[in-house]
Write a protein of this length. Structure first.
Lengths: 174, 77
């Protein structure tokens, strides 16, 4: 039976630029990261990104997006970080936050690291286009074991607002 | 004077969480990443505009051939 173990978590007491889970133990089968973020950028909806092991290369993704008005699909193979998905920005309704979930199987293995991401930006609004959903097929084409994960929008310093939260779980298959 | 931007580092082995100031290099890297992300976003929007224009042109040609709006819509479902 699979079990979820909370490895570490952090809720921001003040705005910050990046959140890093470092020295991730290799003792689990998979990793799951759940979070809730409000970005400091003056937009309704912005993008949260992640770097693995502080790497700035070999990221690629396939994305499906919808916002109640339009739907789209796209693919990216460049970038110094990987998109996790849309989150709520500072111009959205006060005290609203986005949410996201990542699932990274076989994170400590010696093969490339495909994983999934699911993210929602919610504005507590009934207007189409002011909230959105994205889901990703993600790939980090590197065989190293994952030992650290860093989250940021990499747009401006102190880009994630107080109250944003991050939870890192280890999943064991036995 | 503006406060120095910070980063949060959670050590999953020790359980220690630190709030540290960004280094000058990290601030510069963030600006580089911001510019790269804007370039990527602009390129994606340009690609989407090309696709939208091609779709509109194709629909017009199909209509000229005599297909109804419902028939054209059905082709993309």
């Amino acid at each position: 039976m699979a079990t979820y173990t909370l490895i570490s978590s952090n809720t921001l007491a003040s705005s910050t630029s990046t959140v890093t889970f470092s020295s991730i133990p290799s003792t689990y089968t998979d990793l799951c990261i759940r979070g809730s973020v409000r970005l400091a950028s003056a937009v309704q909806i912005g993008t949260l990104y992640m770097r693995i092991n502080a790497a700035t290369t070999t990221y690629s993704w396939t994305r499906l997006r919808g916002n109640g008005a339009t739907a789209s699909s796209s693919r990216g193979t460049t970038g110094t970080e990987i998109q996790i998905g849309l989150q709520t920005g500072a111009s959205a309704t006060a005290n609203t936050f986005g949410s996201f979930e990542l699932y990274i199987p076989n994170y400590a293995g010696s093969t490339n690291k495909p994983f999934s991401s699911f993210a929602v930006a919610e504005n507590n609004s009934t207007t189409a286009g002011q909230s959105a959903i994205e889901t990703f097929a993600e790939l980090w084409s590197t065989t190293s074991a994952i030992t650290s994960l860093t989250f940021s929008d990499y747009g401006t310093p102190d880009n994630m607002l107080s109250g944003s939260s991050f939870y890192l779980y280890g999943i064991s298959n036995a | 004077m503006a406060e120095t931007p910070t980063k949060v580092v959670v050590n999953c082995t020790t359980g220690v969480t630190e709030v540290l100031p960004l280094t000058a290099q990290e601030i510069a890297d963030m600006e580089t990443a911001r510019v790269a992300a804007e370039d990527q976003r602009a390129a994606a929007e340009a690609d989407a505009a090309v696709v939208a224009a091609a779709k509109e042109s194709a629909n017009a040609k199909l209509a000229a051939l005599g297909l109804t709006a419902e028939e054209i819509s059905a082709l993309s479902k």
